[in-house]
Design a protein around this ligand. Structure first.
Ligand code: GLA
Length: 385
């Protein structure tokens, strides 16, 4: 049928139908992005919120402060959207206290032992902001800075390019680091992160994203019934301060064997030294790879049986920190007044291994001038009957 004839049929059909049936005949919406103010930081930097929508019912709201994903609406098996990330409603709540809800993490995701490392013969001292150790880039990491943002749309996706330049010596790290993170919401319900960075002096870099997920929606109950698979034969056991011992330990016969699907809650209460140290799962898994390259691999899959939502995680990184929200303790009140209790959210942080600057046998996290840091992670959402 020719286009104008088609439109005529559509117009006649629509005139015969109750108003709310018309939407069924409408073409699917184009990917869109809109921007609105979201307040300002105490030092007067304005913060914006961007709302990204794809063609298939997904919506992400992201702010320029910390690149924080405020909300992520994903359809369940009945097509009903639900917000699958934890967070707050307003900027002051993020400024007051946030356990990295939804944020970009840098320069170094996870811990550096005792806040010290030696590089090319020189020792650098970083803030110890997590017991005796340095965590997630320090006192004012990439989660607490305002990023420059440039939105874009393509026929297949909608996204934001975030840029931040970290000055030489910031948080104790050497070199001026120019970081860029592209968030891309695709029409096939994937949220993709492309990280790049360059430096003018050798420096450790390990960027990641710290969203807390609860695929049941609205963070209203614990995540223990979520069923997880992790594509890892080994993990990096830790000491009591959560610094890797250096061993790559087989998961066989341990509660860390997620090579086949297990509910998070199934073995989390076992009498196991590693679970005691982490208060649950808070461990880096060594992702299985074939060959020597850094191709995208399926790192993990999480399935929430009551809603049917599934999240697959693909990454070019060698590791995955699976954190079962053990430090949430019911003192934080999140979106819509929901109290986030222990294990009401989990994180799947793709990364290089914790404390790599002090562990010569781990894959290197040192970026040198003239080289480009590159990393890609994809969270893809779908449903199961
Ligand atoms: C990471 C760490 C955890 C915890 C969270 C933030 O997942 O491994 O121990 O610090 O960040 O609360």
């Amino acid at each position: 049928m020719r286009h104008d004839a088609c439109l005529k049929v559509l117009a006649i059909a629509m005139s015969l139908m109750p108003i709310n049936s018309c939407t069924n005949l409408m073409p699917p919406p184009q990917p869109s992005v809109s921007q609105a103010p979201f307040g300002a930081t105490p030092d007067g930097k304005t913060v914006s919120v961007y709302t990204l929508r794809n063609r298939n019912g997904m919506e992400a709201r992201i702010i320029t402060y910390g690149g924080v994903i405020l909300s992520l609406k994903v359809p369940d098996r009945n097509g009903k959207p639900g917000d699958v990330v934890l967070g707050y409603d307003s900027l002051p709540a993020y400024l007051a206290s946030s356990p990295y809800f939804g944020a970009l993490i840098g320069r170094y995701g996870n811990r550096i032992a005792r806040g010290r490392f030696t590089l090319d013969g020189r020792t650098y001292t970083l803030a110890t902001n997590n017991g005796p150790n340095h965590l997630h880039g320090g006192l004012q990491g990439f989660d607490k800075v305002v990023w420059e943002a440039e939105p874009f749309t393509t026929p297949d996706s909608v996204g934001i390019i975030f840029r931040y330049t970290s000055t030489d010596g910031e948080e104790g790290y050497p070199g001026t680091l120019r970081a860029q993170v592209v968030y891309n919401l695709t029409n096939d319900n994937a949220l993709m992160f492309d990280y790049t960075a360059s430096t003018d002096k050798p420096t450790p870099v390990n960027l990641t994203q710290h969203s807390y997920f609860n695929l049941a929606g609205d963070g209203a109950r614990d995540i223990l019934g979520h069923v997880v698979r992790v594509n890892a034969d080994r993990f990096t056991p830790v000491d009591s301060t959560l610094i890797p011992t250096g061993e790559l330990r087989s998961v066989v016969g341990t509660p860390f064997d997620f090579r086949t699907a297990h509910a998070i809650g199934e073995r989390i209460g076992r009498d196991d030294e590693q679970l005691r140290f982490g208060l649950g799962y808070d461990h880096n898994f060594v992702l299985n790879r074939t060959g020597v390259g850094r191709d995208l691999v399926l790192a993990a899959e999480v399935h929430e049986p009551t809603t049917g939502r599934v999240m697959e995680i693909f990454t070019t990184e060698p590791g995955l920190q699976f954190y079962s929200g053990n430090f949430l303790d019911g003192t934080l009140r999140g979106k819509g007044g929901v109290v986030y209790r222990q294990r009401y959210g989990f994180a799947m942080e793709t990364q290089h291994f914790p404390d790599s600057p002090n562990q010569a046998a781990f894959p290197s996290t040192i970026l040198r001038p003239g080289r480009e840091y590159r990393s890609r992670t994809i969270y893809r959402f779908s449903v199961r009957p």
